[in-house]
Every structure is written in structure tokens, then in C-alpha cells.
Design a protein around this ligand. Structure first.
Ligand code: SAH
Length: 431
């Protein structure tokens, strides 16, 4: 969804547009339209994705007018820093105060915060992260849809149910026309940003994909993010030219040898090289990794945050590794959900103005994780827009949250939660 609020162009200079929303000015990149002051647009993830008529804009703004401020009020109330620091250790108080002032935390400090065990300190960590989120990003919360279009993969990653040597699963591929049908369903329900995800599948040629993206952009003004793995520079260049503007591409772990163990025949360097290329090309970058892989230490996970930051991640996507029975790691354990919440909070303190996701994997391992993640510093989550019969078969791990839930129901639940938390399901430009 990410219902966009119409914004009014104040200034348009080359590829940069200044847009006004109820008196607030944001900036967004404009690659697609001729714009003049007074025009109305929808922006998403920092990109102008649609130009709209004044009448349409004004009627939508009328509907948003009160809600816009009402939601902010609720969020302001919920994100106030809360309990005093009296009963917590001096060192934790010092680090949280430092983060609240906007000073950069060191890796040692980030690790110390990730390691805290005292319930009051953890609570204060979450509240601090939430107030930093509010201060830098106000109440915007991106809700992207994800369409899992192919369950084939050439890779044999030890952790992943899609791995090529898992013969216990019933794989599928969606034809472009079927993908477009899912895009339409999501668009009609209000989605403005969609991720197209698959295993690393050579079946779709660069041309097929380029045409698909053009066809989507022609009829549906959505921000398109790709999550299709290491498909080569040409594939991504053509996708960008066709109108895709984001990638969801995790580096999985910052630890070189762990990476090669988990992804046989692959090396971290080429994954990182791809991320640098995406950034240079102009894609919005969503990246991150798995938490709780066998052999992964807490300091490795902290290193992951700094690695994501080093190549300018716009969105941080970190979630628990969940063992799949059809993989060599089937006997492994799962990191506690509370550790992931602490990790989200620490990520927020390190990347105050980033989008941080509550992943579906986190929602799968604990109750009420979407709400708890959003109150611990996150400001984004995804809903699954894959057709139900396919969604059940896309088993990167089993029993994913949201299975068996129609997209309409997922949207209704998401909107109710966001309203309660005072978050606006919009993703405007940046400040
Ligand atoms: N082919 C794409 C998308 C891969 S699937 C790519 O290479 O980027 C999307 C993500 O699912 C992966 O990046 C991985 O981090 C996650 N994933 C895979 N197996 C998982 C598991 N068992 N538990 C949790 N997440 C998993």
C-alpha cells in the first residue's frame, strides 16, 4: 500500500523536485515527468512516481487533511522517550543519551547495547530508538507489496528452502501476464511500491524483464523494486532504464568465510560489488542479512549494520534465519525474537534516517512482532501480494506469517495497526 499523499511541486530543478505536503517540504528525485511549480504528484521512496490532476489531488488532500495531523499527534505521544534513566546502568544511559543527541555510536557501543539483558534497559533502548525514528522520519511508514514470481533458483544456499538441491518442493514460475495481474490487484488495493522477488532464475531473459517493467509502469504508477539476485549488470541497467528504481538485495552476512560456507561457490565480494553498482546506477537500496546463522556471532551481526551503512543503504532488511527441513541446516536453532528487536533498535540508532523493515521472518517467529518492531525503531514492513496458491509454495522457510491471508485482509489489518500507532502508510520524499 504505502498510500501516497498528493504533494504540490514547489520547485523542479533538473532531476530534483521540492514537494510540499501540508506545509512540510520534502525532496524527491524526478526521472519520469515534466514538472512545473503548482503540479501535483505522488512520490514514493524518494522518487516521483506519478503526476496527477489538480482535481484528483485536491479531493485526496481533503480526505487526508485531518488524518494527517491526527496520526502525527498519536505518534508523538507514543514515541516520547518514556521512563527516566534513574534505574539503569550509567554506561547504558550514557550510550542512549549519546545516540539520542545524534552522535555516531562506535561498534563497541552498538554491541554493548545489543547485549543488554536487563528488562528496563531493553525497554529504554526500544523507546530511545522509537523516539529517534520519530525525530528523523516523523510517522511515515512504508508498506510495500511483494510478489514472489519464481520459486526456481540456481544457487544452493545452505539456509534456503529454494536451494537447487531441495527436491521436496513443488516449484513454480509466473508468466509476465500473471505477474501483471498480481500487480493490478495490489495497485487496486492502494499499493504504490512493489517488490518483484524470485530465486536466481535464468529463465526470464533480460528482454522479457525489461518489457515486463515497461508494461507495469505504463499502466500502474508504482515504485518497482527488484529482488532477483545476481543477474548481471546488463539486466539491472535495462531494468533501470525501463523504470525500476529499487533493489532488495541482501548481502546475507558481512563475514567472508561464513558467506562462502552458506552460499557454496559464491563470494561476498561479488555481492558487494553488485550493491555498489546498484547505488551508482541510481537504485534505492534495500539490503541486510540473516540473523542467527550457525556460526554467526553477535559482533558479526553488528558488523553487518555498519557494512550496510557503508554503501549507503536506504532500507535495512534484517531478519531471523529460520531452518527449513529440506536443507542441511534443518536442525539449527532460531535466534530469539527479542534479540531481533534489540537489533532493530540498535540499527535505528546507527542509521537514524533509514527505512528499517520488520521482516516477515520476524513476524513468523514471535507474536505481535509487527507492532513490537515498529515500536522499537522500525518504520516499514511488507505485505504479500503473491497469488495464494503460489504463496503457499514459496517456501524459503515454512509457515511464513501471512499465509492463507487474502491481500485485502492483510491490508485491513495493516491499516488498523498503523492507525492505532499513529503511523501514516505513506512514504514521501526525503527532507
Ligand atoms: N534471489 C534473491 C532473493 C532471495 S530470497 C536474492 O538473491 O537476493 C530473499 C531472502 O530470503 C534472502 O536474501 C535470504 O536472506 C532470505 N532467506 C532465505 N532463506 C531463509 C531462511 N531459511 N530463513 C529466513 N530467511 C531466509
Amino acid at each position: 500500500m504505502c498510500y501516497a499523499i498528493p504533494g504540490k511541486i514547489i520547485d523542479s530543478n533538473g532531476n530534483l523536485a521540492s514537494i510540499e505536503y501540508f506545509g512540510e517540504i520534502k525532496k524527491a528525485r524526478n526521472d519520469f515527468f515534466e514538472l512545473s511549480p503548482g503540479d501535483y504528484v505522488y512520490a514514493q521512496g524518494g522518487f516521483v512516481i506519478q503526476k496527477m490532476s489538480r482535481d484528483e489531488a485536491l479531493s485526496s488532500l481533503e480526505a487526508w487533511k485531518e488524518l494527517f495531523f491526527e496520526l502525527k499527534k498519536i505518534d508523538n505521544r507514543l514515541s516520547r522517550a518514556g521512563p527516566g534513566m534513574g534505574k539503569i546502568s550509567k554506561e547504558t544511559a550514557r550510550m542512549l543519551n549519546k545516540a539520542r543527541r545524534g552522535a555516531a555510536l562506535t561498534k563497541q557501543e552498538a554491541l554493548a547495547l545489543f547485549n543488554i539483558e536487563d528488562a528496563r534497559e531493553i525497554n529504554l533502548l526500544f523507546k530511545t530508538a522509537n523516539s529517534v525514528r520519530q525525530k528523523f522520519l516523523s510517522n511515515a511508514c512504508c508498506v510495500h507489496g511483494i510478489i514472489e514470481f519464481s520459486y526456481w533458483c540456481v544457487n544452493d544456499c545452505l539456509y534456503c528452502g529454494i536451494r537447487s538441491s531441495n527436491k521436496t518442493i513443488n516449484r513454480y514460475r509466473m508468466a509476465p501476464a500473471e505477474i501483471i495481474e498480481s500487480v493490478k490487484e495490489a495497485y487496486d488495493l492502494g499499493f504504490k511500491a512493489l517488490v518483484l522477488q524470485s530465486g536466481e532464475d535464468g529463465y526470464y531473459t533480460d528482454e522479457t524483464f525489461e518489457r515486463l517493467i515497461r508494461d507495469i509502469r505504463k499502466d500502474f504508477p508504482v515504485l518497482i523494486l527488484l529482488s532477483a539476485g545476481e543477474k548481471g549488470k546488463d539486466f539491472y541497467k535495462r531494468a533501470f532504464d525501463a523504470g525500476a528504481r529499487g533493489v532488495l538485495f541482501r548481502f546475507e552476512t558481512s563475514q567472508r568465510s561464513l558467506y562462502s560456507t552458506m552460499k557454496p561457490g559464491r563470494d561476498l565480494e561479488s555481492r558487494i560489488e553488485a550493491l555498489r553498482f546498484f547505488k551508482k546506477t541510481g537504485f534505492l537500496i534495500a539490503t541486510g542479512g540473516l540473523l542467527g546463522l550457525p556460526g554467526q556471532k553477535k559482533e558479526d551481526m553488528i558488523e553487518d549494520i555498519f557494512l550496510a551503512k557503508s554503501f549507503g543503504a536506504d532500507m535495512y532488511s534484517f531478519g531471523p534465519f529460520i531452518p527449513h527441513p529440506g536443507t542441511p541446516l534443518k536442525e539449527a536453532g532460531i535466534i530469539p525474537a527479542d534479540d531481533i528487536l534489540k537489533f532493530i533498535a540498535v540499527t535505528r540508532l546507527i542509521a537514524p534516517d533509514a527505512k528499517i523493515l520488520v521482516t516477515t521472518a520476524l513476524e513468523t517467529i514471535g507474536a505481535d512482532m509487527r507492532r513490537r518492531g515498529l515500536l522499537a525503531g522500525a518504520n516499514s514492513f511488507m505485505l504479500n501480494a503473491t497469488p495464494e496458491t503460489k504463496k503457499m509454495r514459496y517456501e524459503i522457510y515454512k509457515n511464513r506469517a501471512g499465509l492463507g491471508k487474502d491481500l485485502r485482509v492483510q491490508v485491513a489489518e495493516a491499516l488498523a495497526l498503523l492507525k492505532e500507532l499513529g503511523r501514516a502508510p505513506t512514504d514521501l520524499g526525503y527532507n
